[in-house]
Design a protein around this ligand. Structure first.
Ligand code: NAG
Ligand code: NAG
Ligand code: NAG
Ligand code: NAG
Length: 434
C-alpha cells in the first residue's frame, strides 16, 4: 500500500514536472519572440536625431570600410570614434596679413556656394573683400596687397573648376608664387571645406544635372595630366545631360557624382589617378577613404550643411574670425523634395557607400570638436550665440546690418551652368586637356 502510493506519487510528480517544463519552454519561446519583435521595431524606427554609439570597427580611423558606420547611417545613428586632443583642438590664431591664407575647397552641392559667399561678404576682418555689383569675383587683399582667400568668389577657379584636393595640392603654391605680393616670402595654407549628407548631396547633384549642369570643364588633373576620355568617359552625348532620369544617372558607371566628396578630398595619386588597373574596387575605395580622412584631419576647418549654427560656432572659435551676420539653417533644398522608391534609394546608398563612411566619420569628428570647443570656452553653442546677441543689443548699434549681404539664393542655386574658368598655369584650353 505504502509502496504503491509512493509509486503513484512519483508518477504524478514526474508528469507534473513535464507539464511545468512545457510551460517554461513556452514562456522562453514567447518572450524571445517578444524581444525580437521589440528589437526589430527599434531597428526600423529611424530616430531623427543622431545619437552617439560605440560601434565595432569605427574606433580605429585606420580601419577601412566598416559595416557599422554604414549601418549606423541607415539607422540615423553616429558611431563614436576615438579622436585625440590634437585632432579635436583646431584652435589657432590666423594672421592673414602675415603668412596665413585660407583655401576653400568647394565640393559640388554641399551648400558650399553659400559658405563661399559668406567668406567674401560676411567675414569681420580688417580688410574685407571688395566686391562690385554684377561682378562675380571680389578682391580679397590685405593692406600689403596679399591674397588672404583663395576661392571661386575671391580669385576665381584658378586651379580649375571645382578643383579637388589633388588639383589644389599641385597648383596652389605655384599660383601664389606668380600672383601674390612679392613681399610675402612664406605662406601657410589653411584648407576649408563643407560636407553634406551624401544621399541628399547625390540627389541634389542629379537634380542639378537634370537641369543642365555638367561641370565638364573640370580638369580632373592628377600626376601632371588631366583624366583622359578613356579613363572617365562622359555619361552623356551632346551638350549636356538635361532631363536625365535617376535610373539613368545611377546606371552610368563613370558618373563622378558617386562618392564625390571622398574623391575630391583624397590624394588621387595613391590610386594612380583615374586608371585603377591592377586594383580591386574594394582596394580603391579603402585607399581613397583613408586618404580623404587623413586630409580632412589636416584641414583647418570643415563645416556641415546640416549644422549651420555649429559650423559658424566652430569656425569663429577655431579660426578666431567672426561673421557679421549669423548663418541661417534652411531646409528648403531641392533634394528634400525628391520622392524616390525604396529600390532607387537602395541603389543611391550602395553607389555612395564610401561617402557615407566618410560623412559618418566627419560628422562625429565635427560634433566632438564642438563639444571640445564648448568645454574650452566654458560656454555652450546656445550660450555663445545668446551672449553675442546680448552684446549686440547692449551696444545699441545695429552693426550686423552694416554690410547687407545677399545669400538668399541658397544651396541649390550655385549658378554653375556657365562658368568662367581660369586655369593656372595656362596650359591652354581645358577642353583640350580632357
Ligand atoms: C592623434 O591622432 C592622429 C590621427 O589619428 C595621429 O596622426 C596623431 O599622431 C595623434 N597624436 C597624438 C599626440 O597621439
Ligand atoms: C542642354 O542641352 C539642350 C540641348 O540638348 C539645350 O537646349 C539646353 O539649353 C541645354 N541646357 C543648358 C543649361 O545648357
Ligand atoms: C590603364 O593603364 C593600363 C596599364 O598601364 C593600360 O593598359 C590601360 O590602357 C589604361 N586604361 C585606360 C583607360 O587608359
Ligand atoms: C600623394 O600621394 C603620393 C603617393 O603616395 C605621394 O607621393 C604624394 O606626396 C602625395 N601628395 C601630397 C601632396 O601629399
Amino acid at each position: 500500500m505504502n509502496r504503491i502510493f509512493k509509486i503513484r506519487f512519483r508518477k504524478k510528480t514526474c508528469s507534473s514536472r513535464r507539464y511545468f517544463r512545457g510551460i517554461f519552454v513556452c514562456l522562453v519561446v514567447a518572450s524571445s519572440i517578444l524581444i525580437l519583435i521589440f528589437l526589430f521595431a527599434l531597428h526600423i524606427r529611424k530616430p531623427a536625431v543622431f545619437t552617439l554609439y560605440t560601434c565595432l570597427g569605427s574606433e580605429n580611423p585606420a580601419a577601412g570600410l566598416s559595416v557599422s558606420n554604414y549601418e549606423a547611417f541607415l539607422q540615423g545613428h553616429l558611431c563614436k570614434h576615438n579622436f585625440n586632443d590634437s585632432v579635436l583642438n583646431k584652435h589657432r590664431l590666423l594672421d592673414l596679413e602675415g603668412d596665413d591664407v585660407l583655401i576653400y575647397l568647394h565640393i559640388q552641392k554641399t551648400g558650399g556656394g553659400s559658405f563661399g559667399r559668406h567668406l567674401v561678404h560676411n567675414l569681420d576682418v580688417k580688410f574685407p573683400c571688395k566686391c562690385l555689383p554684377g561682378i562675380k569675383k571680389c578682391d580679397c587683399l590685405t593692406k600689403a596687397r596679399r591674397h588672404w582667400l583663395f576661392s571661386r568668389h575671391a580669385t576665381g577657379w584658378m586651379c580649375g573648376l571645382h578643383a579637388d584636393w589633388t588639383e589644389l595640392a599641385d597648383c596652389i603654391d605655384v599660383w601664389f608664387q606668380h600672383n601674390d605680393a612679392k613681399s610675402r616670402k612664406h605662406r601657410i595654407y589653411h584648407y576649408l571645406t563643407f560636407l553634406r549628407n551624401p544621399v541628399h548631396r547625390f540627389l541634389s547633384e542629379w537634380q542639378h544635372v537634370h537641369r543642365g549642369a555638367t561641370w565638364k570643364a573640370a580638369r580632373l588633373h592628377c600626376n601632371g595630366k588631366g583624366a583622359s576620355l578613356d579613363e572617365v568617359p562622359f555619361c552623356f552625348s551632346g551638350v549636356n545631360w538635361s532631363g536625365v532620369s535617376l535610373d539613368e544617372f545611377l546606371s552610368c558607371k563613370h558618373n563622378l557624382a558617386f562618392n564625390r566628396m571622398t574623391r575630391m578630398l583624397a590624394n588621387l595619386s595613391k590610386v594612380n589617378c583615374y586608371n585603377h588597373t591592377g586594383l580591386s574596387q574594394e582596394q580603391v575605395d579603402q585607399i581613397l577613404l583613408q586618404s580623404a580622412k587623413e586630409n580632412l584631419l589636416d584641414f583647418a576647418f570643415f563645416g556641415i550643411l546640416e549644422e549651420q549654427r555649429k559650423t559658424q560656432f566652430l569656425f569663429e572659435n577655431n579660426l578666431g574670425i567672426k561673421f557679421i551676420t549669423d548663418f541661417q539653417q534652411k531646409d528648403e533644398t531641392h533634394a528634400s523634395h525628391v520622392e524616390i522608391s525604396d529600390e532607387m534609394m537602395q541603389r543611391v546608398l550602395e553607389k555612395n557607400r564610401v561617402d557615407i563612411e566618410l560623412y559618418q566619420y566627419a560628422k562625429d569628428l565635427f560634433l566632438q570638436r564642438v563639444v571640445y570647443t564648448e568645454k574650452r570656452l566654458g560656454q555652450t553653442v546656445q550660450e555663445y550665440f545668446n551672449h553675442a546677441q546680448d552684446a549686440l543689443e547692449n551696444s545699441g548699434a545695429d552693426n550686423k546690418n552694416v554690410r547687407k549681404i545677399q545669400h538668399e539664393d541658397e544651396y541649390d542655386n550655385e549658378e554653375e551652368y556657365v562658368e568662367e574658368v581660369n586655369v593656372y598655369p595656362g596650359k591652354g584650353n581645358i577642353q583640350a586637356i580632357r
